[in-house]
Design a binder for this molecule. Structure first.
Ligand code: NCD
Ligand code: ZN
Length: 423
């Protein structure tokens, strides 16, 4: 019996949309009591001193790089970065080496994940080795513990296979996550197509790549009555296609990432590959549409798409691989640019950072009810977080927010009743 008492935490209660200064008593990894004054002996007592206290964040889109690319990140360093970002549950994408499309590879990851300080869920490939030729054995992967199916990093180009996957996943009650991109439209492009790509003289990616693929996924889900989740939404078109589909009753959910409501392709004028990711940074018009989608409920979740790559890999602007890290900036960037900026309230923020992604993944985030897993983030809404690449916790430092400052610094993270991070 291990116990932890957190005193004077301003608990964000999304059920009754209230903020109250409370004490939280945790035993054996679960919440036992939340009330105004708890006078109990505990193995450890922490005074939160009025910090905001929310459920540990659920990041439904990370690239852990383990197995096979552990020079970029591994399970241990990813967990450390997550803990420092207030993230207590992640969904790892299966584009590892080898990809997670066999029960053996999946079991190895889940076995090792049991020793991690955070909750690690693992997605498995929709198609065998992400080759897009044949479906993986989805039922066997589900039985072995796959939390989702995705070929993220690549689209499932064959619509017949995707339709089959959506039907099969509905039967298995596992979400399908779509990396919505048309590779024929991308055709070697490396940044958003527009004024900036023309100024730089580099090949652009038309937004139609994302929009047409999102529209296809809507049509497939509608056709069979199954559900689909769209990853990393970045365009005005994609937001409006999803909004319309939801109105029509299509079972669709989606996520965006902090960079898509914060940065535009103007950042690329620096010719720094740390601003290159897939989908690419778009324009202010797209940023505004993503923010409207967040505010009106079209967008369900915010995920990082944490995609570590080494400095050497990111050295050359044109040939560098796509992707940026994001675990340690998730809460400060989202809090600053959405809540402090007056776009949404703190309750809606935690719905997108914890409860909705947990629902999509058929799991439960901490609602501060008795018996809930004690996964908690404590953060300072007035505390500044400066993104200093020398003070991050992962293996790679390819952040698009370097040297920027945000409010909402993470001060402590608790996962399963253990304090896993203290600033
Ligand atoms: C991802 C990666 O590095 O694995 N990169 C990215 O820019 N998002 C893969 C992907 O989704 O394209
Ligand atoms: Zn992707």
């Amino acid at each position: 019996m291990k116990s932890l008492l957190i005193k004077n935490a301003v608990v964000i209660n999304c059920d009754d949309r209230s903020l109250n200064k409370q004490d939280i008593y945790i035993e054996d990894g679960v919440i036992r009591e939340v009330s105004f004054l708890i006078n109990r002996e505990a193995d450890e007592t922490v005074d939160a001193g009025g910090l905001l206290c929310g459920p540990g964040l659920v990041d439904m889109h990370v690239h852990m790089r383990d197995p096979g690319q552990t020079h970029k990140e591994d399970m241990h360093t990813l967990s450390a970065a997550a803990a420092a970002g207030g993230v207590t549950t992640v969904l790892a994408m299966p584009n590892t080496a080898p990809p997670v499309s066999s029960v053996g590879v999946l079991r190895d990851i889940l076995d090792r994940a049991k020793g991690s300080c955070i909750n690690i869920l693992q997605a498995a490939c929709v198609t065998e080795n992400m080759r897009g030729e044949r479906l993986s054995d989805l039922e066997a992967l589900k039985i072995a513990g796959a939390a989702a199916f995705s070929d993220d990093g690549r689209p499932v180009e064959n619509a017949r296979l995707m339709l089959q996957a959506i039907k099969e996943a509905a039967r298995l009650n596992v979400p399908v996550l779509s990396h919505a991109e048309d590779l024929n439209i991308v055709n070697g492009g490396i940044i958003n197509e527009g004024e900036i790509s023309r100024r730089l003289g580099v090949k652009g990616i038309d937004r139609a790549s994302e929009d047409s693929s999102t529209a296809r996924e809507m049509a497939l889900a509608a056709a069979c009555g199954g559900s689909i989740h769209i990853c990393h939404v970045s365009t005005r078109g994609s937001v409006s296609i999803i909004r319309d589909a939801k109105r029509r009753g299509v079972k669709i959910t989606c996520e965006t990432a902090p960079h898509y409501f914060t940065l535009t392709d103007e950042a690329l004028l620096s010719c720094d590959a740390d601003y290159r990711m897939n989908p690419p940074l778009r324009t202010q018009d797209d940023v505004n549409a993503v923010i409207r989608g967040i505010a009106d409920g079209t967008i369900d979740a915010i995920a990082t798409d944490h995609a570590p790559h080494t400095a050497q890999e990111k050295a050359d602007f044109k040939t560098a691989p796509n992707g940026i890290i994001g675990l340690e900036t998730l809460l400060p960037v989202s809090y600053t640019n959405l809540v402090r900026a007056g776009r949404i309230d703190i309750f809606r923020l935690f719905e997108m950072l914890a409860y909705n992604p947990a629902d999509i993944l058929r799991t439960r985030a901490n609602r501060f009810a008795g018996g809930d897993r004690a996964d908690i983030v404590l953060f300072d809404p007035h505390g500044e977080f400066k993104v200093d690449i020398n003070r991050l916790h992962g293996k790679s430092v390819n952040t698009a927010f370097k040297n920027m400052s945000f409010y909402g610094a993470v001060k402590m993270t608790v996962c399963g009743g253990n304090i896993i991070y203290r600033a």
